[in-house]
Each structure stands twice: as structure tokens, then as C-alpha cells.
Design a protein around this ligand. Structure first.
Ligand SMILES: [Zn+2]
Length: 297
């Protein structure tokens, strides 16, 4: 991606190290059905949405205080590599703001941007506590996208998913969940999931995740149209990432066999298909995964 000279978003909350300071609550209260949407990778998680839901509904209003041993705030000093990733993430976030503001305007709506939270190791979100091992995630209760930037190194080392556009896809996917939230799709889907058995709820989860993939593709379409930032190989980076974060691929890699009832993000083929659908059309209307039966996804 060519992002030279592009602006950084200021919708960022840096909670790394001890520099987080005191935080009270989030943008919104914790509504019923507010739930953590675990990021792209289920490989590192139990994939147990019930647990996440429980965490979300029991979290209450959060107060987290980050102090050094002497009771003083400790400013975090990122490494040069972390600074580079931070700069990149802020630029991609800014791009999602530009793209989604324009797309929402077409719908006669106003886009309210999410906040990108940087953390190290573990974090208290409006949906409960989380560690970096779950990967980046979106929490609708506080409308924040949470990311430990070391995830990108993990992506590269454990999955071989590398390249700036692969990273941009991850951020765009999480922002995609925020778009789902603003459009009301996320709340509806979560309410539905709460009434279903685990295996049926997993199917709805797949619809949520594939829609977020499609929205990431829609973002990429408009990013290219507005700024022409994509370079040769970028699209392939996103597609190879979608390939290695498919449920089937990850399960096979982890345990040697697949359990389709436990899929909650979609297969590699599905993830590629929906990302591409967004990327080739650029149209929100193309991302209605909920109007398809599970078998048709
Ligand atoms: Zn997701």
C-alpha cells in the first residue's frame, strides 16, 4: 500500500504500558446483547461464544486504572517497529473513516467512527477482559476496536500471513463489525444467537464474520477508488490471509481434522469469496449474508 503523506486518525486510545491513565466507562452503556466480536483468528481461542457473551453481560460499567509501581502513570515507549505499525494502523483507520463516512452519506446516515485501542498483553474492554491471544476484536458496548500490535508479528510467524495489505484487511474487518453495529445488523444477529443452540449460533456467527469480510472488501474497493493506494500483490495478500484464517484451514492445521459444526468464522473459501464480493462491487447491498441460507454462503 502506498500511504505516504496520508493522514492519521486521531480516534485512538493508547493503553499500552502504564500510559493508559484512568478511564471511566465507554461511549455507551453496556446493553443487553452487547457482545465481544472476537477478531479474525479463532485458532488461538476456544471459539466459545457463550463465554464471550457471559463476559459481556456481566462486565458492567468498567473502570480501569493503569499505574506504575510508584503510583505514577508510566509513559509507554514503543520500539521503532511498533511506531511504524502504529502509524500504519492510524492511517488505515483514517481511510476507513473517509470511506465509511462517504458510504453512510449515500444512505442518508452519519458515520460515527470507532475508537482504535492499542494495548499490550491484556485489556479491559466494555465487553469484559481480554488477552492478546484472542487476536484483534471489536466490542460494540464501547464501540472500540482493540488491537495488540504484536498480533501482526504472530500473523506472520504462525500463519505466514504477511504484508501491509494483510494487516490493513485485519483492521478493516474489525471496522466492518463496527459498520454492522451502526447498521443494526450486529445487534439483531446477537439477539438471535442468544436464543439458539451453540451449533446454530455458530452459523449466525459465520454470517456476521463473512459480512465483516465483505465490508473489508468494500472498504478496499473505495480506498483504491479514492486514493489509488493499492499496489501489485496487495489484493493477493488479503486473499492469502483470508485463506489461512478460514475455520477449516485453522482446524486442520491445529488438530488435523475439521468439525464443521464448530465453524464460527467461515471456511477459507467462504472468507475469500465474501471479501472478493465486497472488493469487486464496492456495494453494501452485496454484503447481505443474512439473506442467504447457511449452505449458500
Ligand atoms: Zn470478526
Amino acid at each position: 500500500m502506498k500511504l505516504d503523506g496520508r493522514r492519521e486518525s486521531s480516534n485512538v486510545d493508547d493503553r499500552r504500558g502504564g500510559g493508559g491513565g484512568i478511564r471511566l466507562g465507554g461511549k455507551g452503556g453496556l446493553g443487553i446483547g452487547a457482545m465481544i466480536v472476537i477478531g479474525l483468528i479463532t485458532y488461538f481461542t476456544t471459539g466459545d461464544l457463550g463465554t464471550a457473551f457471559q463476559a459481556a453481560t456481566s462486565a458492567g460499567d468498567l473502570t480501569s486504572v493503569t499505574m506504575g509501581a510508584d503510583g505514577q502513570n508510566v509513559p509507554y515507549e514503543p520500539t521503532a517497529q511498533e511506531q511504524e505499525l502504529e502509524h500504519f494502523a492510524k492511517q488505515v483507520l483514517a481511510s476507513t473513516e473517509d470511506v465509511w463516512t462517504a458510504e453512510f452519506k449515500k444512505l442518508g446516515k452519519t458515520y460515527e467512527a470507532p475508537t482504535l485501542v492499542f494495548f499490550n498483553g491484556s485489556v479491559q474492554s466494555g465487553c469484559g477482559g481480554a488477552t492478546a491471544s484472542v487476536g484483534p476484536f471489536y466490542c460494540s458496548a464501547d464501540q472500540c476496536v482493540y488491537i495488540d500490535l504484536s498480533f501482526f508479528t504472530t500473523m506472520k510467524k504462525s500463519l505466514g500471513a504477511d504484508g501491509d495489505f494483510a494487516y490493513a484487511y485485519v483492521i478493516a474487518h474489525e471496522v466492518g463489525h463496527h459498520v454492522q453495529y451502526l447498521l443494526g445488523n450486529l445487534g439483531k444477529a446477537h439477539a438471535k444467537m442468544a436464543k439458539l443452540s451453540q451449533s446454530e449460533a455458530n452459523k449466525v456467527s459465520v454470517q456476521i464474520e463473512l459480512q465483516a469480510d465483505c465490508y473489508a472488501g468494500i472498504w478496499a474497493y473505495h480506498e483504491q477508488k479514492m486514493f489509488g493506494s493499492l499496489e501489485d500483490g496487495d489484493l493477493e495478500e488479503a486473499i492469502s490471509t483470508a485463506q489461512v484464517i478460514g475455520d477449516d484451514y485453522l482446524q486442520k492445521k491445529a488438530q488435523g481434522y475439521v468439525v464443521p459444526e464448530s465453524f464460527n468464522h467461515g471456511t477459507s473459501q467462504q472468507r475469500i469469496k465474501w471479501f472478493k464480493r465486497g472488493f469487486t462491487t464496492g456495494q453494501l447491498s452485496q454484503g447481505d449474508t443474512f439473506s442467504y441460507s447457511y449452505e449458500q454462503l
